[in-house]
Design a protein around this ligand. Structure first.
Ligand code: NAD
Length: 249
């Protein structure tokens, strides 16, 4: 098992068919104890209970500093110091630039970018004390190729911001034994599109993917496992594409 004795905090893990749940499930299979933080605290708790009593779920809005600090402090008290953080919570909106209101902009930037910043900032002191840690951020192919799949320009900007934040944190924290990496998924079959991805658009996208299929949460989870484990012991500041060849750079 690759994550024996590790304690992993995973944000946005409650969604039934989501990437966060896929990551939590794989991490538990690999021996980690997981804390799931989500807006939907009840489902996060139920999911943790289904994994076993050593796992926990907490309600948390990643955009709210008090809630992030409270949830992470509860996780530390209940489980011990986290050695892994996966910044997975995110939202998207299929809007063109002219349609994006300031509320839309704030919502998308806050959950994706500010949430990643706040959760990292709160977890880092614990990792510093232990001189060990792994932070994994979830960007998107939209950051690299300028959208064009589902999310609007504000989503591309937030996910590109996550790449900059990942690289800067990686450089700053490497001397302290903390590695920071990111995964940039292509289109993954989850409910983030809230039914707005039409079968026609889906078919069009599949046609443009060299591997001729949409990704699954487990595809992203396996990349996160690589970064969370010693398999990537000399890797930091890396952004890994998980997109079936949709974008290659
Ligand atoms: P999802 O909608 O299935 O799950 C997102 C989860 O985040 C939900 O459980 C939701 O409750 C939670 N969440 C939303 N706002 C939150 C907040 N403010 N605080 C705490 N939790 C919050 O989405 P998904 O497809 O599993 O996406 C997971 C991550 O992967 C996101 O960052 C997303 O941007 C990214 N991503 C997804 C795709 C894709 O095609 N599905 C592609 C690239 C990147």
């Amino acid at each position: 098992m690759l994550l024996q004795n590790e304690i992993a905090i995973i944000t946005g893990g409650a969604s039934e068919r989501g990437i966060g749940r896929g990551i939590a499930t794989l991490f538990v299979e690999q021996g980690a104890r997981v804390a799931i933080l989500d807006l939907d605290g009840e489902t996060a708790r139920d999911l943790a209970d289904s994994f076993g009593k050593e796992h926990r779920g907490y309600p948390c809005n990643v955009t709210n500093r008090d809630e992030v600090e409270a949830a992470i402090s509860s996780a530390v008290q209940d489980m011990g110091s986290p050695s892994i953080l996966v910044n997975n919570a995110g939202i998207t909106q299929p809007k063109r630039i002219a349609e994006i209101t300031m509320e839309d902009y704030d919502a998308v930037l806050d959950v994706n970018l500010k949430g990643t910043f706040l959760c990292s900032k709160t977890v880092i002191p614990h990792m510093r004390n232990a001189k060990k840690g792994n932070i994994i951020c979830i960007s998107s192919v939209s950051a690299k190729r300028g959208g064009g799949i589902f999310g609007g320009p504000h989503y591309s900007a937030a996910k590109a911001g996550i790449i900059g934040l990942t690289r800067a944190m990686a450089r700053e924290l490497a001397p302290e034994g903390i590695r920071v990496n990111a995964v940039a998924p292509g289109l993954i079959d989850t409910d983030i599109t809230k039914g707005k991805l039409t079968p026609e658009l889906k078919a069009e996208i599949i046609e443009s993917i060299p591997m001729k299929r949409i990704g699954l949460p487990i595809d992203v989870a396996r990349a996160c496992l690589f970064f969370a484990s010693e398999l990537s012991s000399y890797v930091t500041g890396e952004i890994m594409d998980v997109n079936g060849g949709m974008h290659i750079d």
